[in-house]
Design a protein around this ligand. Structure first.
Ligand code: AMP
Ligand code: GLY
Length: 442
């Protein structure tokens, strides 16, 4: 079996790493990949990395399955192109990917299908946005409609700040066409959860819940990034919350997309806020999360390839994989200057020592140069480890990460801290409590 993975981040290295463990021993290609994916798969630099170059490569190599990692190619229809050529693919059509590609579409979709979300107004002009603003209390959230690589959401503490954000997006067009329409949204309080399912359009497999850490600095301070670390732990949600999310958010979304002629196949990632009034959807991504994937796949057991193959064939076999009760943690090591324009070319040391501590080091922004691994992007590495308890997993991952060095390296020291508090509170409430076992069924 030959698999082609599209992308070059930590998520794609983790997908390649997990697929490589399949007893079916697939031949794995990653385009363009990074220094880490080249250890478990073959990186294929394709001219311009264009859809037509990928299509040609897939045809020549007789690729059996394509896994598309990032959102941009999905939103522009790469999955449709592979399917049109009869090549099996994991990832939604452009029509279904609009759920991530347009926040205006997504919010109107939630309203049509009564899916719990923050109150909102979508505005098509500056006048409409400024007029709607007067009806929102503070803080208010302003969102660019289109894809903005994590830069499209502004939480404004004053109406003045909100006005400035609207003018930046719509008049100065700081994010280009992505800001030609905006969504104004009620600010929700609560804890955020990343809830991911794999679906063939009908059947689903819910992954265990995970939590990302978006801000660059400890205690969620500083500007937002793509994600500075994540952990996966069944205790993030109660079984009741898990059921509510499936019943009120996931199933109505998949059913609504089907009813509107946009059936969804692939990874559906719900970014949720758990509020006092229950879980609400902040946004959907139409792909796996990064760095959630590194934590989720680290503690996955079973045959990931069999799972993806069955999904692409429209016959999802949710029993192909399962998760043991061990929580896992991924700590991101980022380059100097990130999330601004990151410095590149810094030599990295200590990866082997980190792995000797029992961690897996997933690569993101790395490149091989003269036999050495150097930085080549904002998020450089994702050090990932599991343990019987979350506090132990945190200790293990930080011990491993302490061996890795490069100039200007940035890392948060509090990944998993909210989860650790939950463990401490639960063991005080009930000293005999054992970890809840999350089954793989939906
Ligand atoms: P999104 O791209 O919609 O997930 O937004 C990025 C981040 O902005 C989320 O992870 C939240 O931390 C924050 N955010 C987005 N929408 C809201 C909201 N309505 N209330 C509070 N925080 C929000
Ligand atoms: N970790 C959040 C994302 O992948 O969008």
């Amino acid at each position: 079996m030959k698999v082609l993975i599209v992308g070059n981040g930590g998520r794609e290295h983790a997908i390649a790493w997990k697929l490589a463990q399949s007893p079916n021993r697939p031949e794995i290609y990653v385009t363009p990949g990074n220094a880490g994916s080249s250890q478990v798969a073959k990186n294929v630099p394709l001219q311009g990395n264009t859809p037509s170059a990928m299509m040609q490569f897939a045809a020549e190599q007789e690729i059996d399955l394509v896994v598309i990692g990032p959102e941009a190619p999905l939103v522009s229809g790469l999955a449709d192109q592979f399917r049109a050529k009869g090549i099996a693919v994991i990832g939604p059509s452009a029509a279904a990917a609009e759920l991530e590609g347009s926040k205006v579409f997504a919010k109107q979709f939630f309203a049509r299908h009564h899916i719990p979300t923050a109150a909102f107004h979508s505005a098509h002009s500056i006048e409409e946005a400024l007029d709607a603003l007067t009806r929102f209390s503070l803080p208010v959230v302003i969102k660019a409609d289109g894809l903005a690589a994590g830069k499209g959401v502004i939480i404004a503490q004053s109406h003045q700040e909100a006005r400035a954000a609207i003018l930046d997006l719509m008049a100065r067009q700081t994010l280009g066409a992505a800001g030609s329409r905006v969504v104004l949204e009620e600010f929700l309080c609560g804890e955020e959860v990343s809830f991911i399912v794999l679906t063939d359009g009908e059947r689903i497999l819910a992954f265990p819940p995970a939590q990302d850490h978006k801000a660059i600095l400890d205690e969620d301070r500083g500007p937002n990034t793509g994600g500075m670390g994540a952990y996966c732990d069944a205790r993030i949600l109660t079984p009741q919350q898990h059921q509510t999310i499936l019943r009120e958010i996931i199933h109505p979304t998949l059913g609504g997309l089907r009813a509107e002629g946009r059936p969804f196949q692939g990874f559906l990632f719900a970014g949720l806020m758990i509020t006092d009034n229950g879980p609400k959807i902040l946004e959907f991504n139409v792909r796996l999360g990064d760095p959630e994937t590194q934590a989720l796949l680290h503690s996955m057991r079973g045959d990931f390839l069999a799972l993806l193959k069955s999904c692409a064939a429209g016959n999802l076999d949710a029993n192909a994989v399962y998760w043991d009760a061990e929580p896992s943690v991924c700590v991101v090591l980022a380059a100097a200057n990130y999330p601004g324009n990151p410095r590149t070319g810094d030599a990295i040391s200590g990866i082997e020592q980190a792995e000797e501590c029992g961690a897996v080091v997933f690569h993101a922004g790395t490149q091989s140069r003269d036999g050495k691994v150097v930085t080549s992007g904002g998020r450089v590495l994702g050090v990932t480890a599991s343990a019987p308890s979350l506090p132990e997993a945190i200790e293990r991952v930080y011990e491993a990460a302490s061996h890795i060095q490069f100039d200007g390296m940035q890392k948060r020291s509090d990944i998993g801290a909210k989860g650790r508090k939950r463990w401490e509170a639960e063991s005080t409430d009930n000293p005999a409590a054992t970890p809840r076992r999350r089954t793989a069924t939906s």
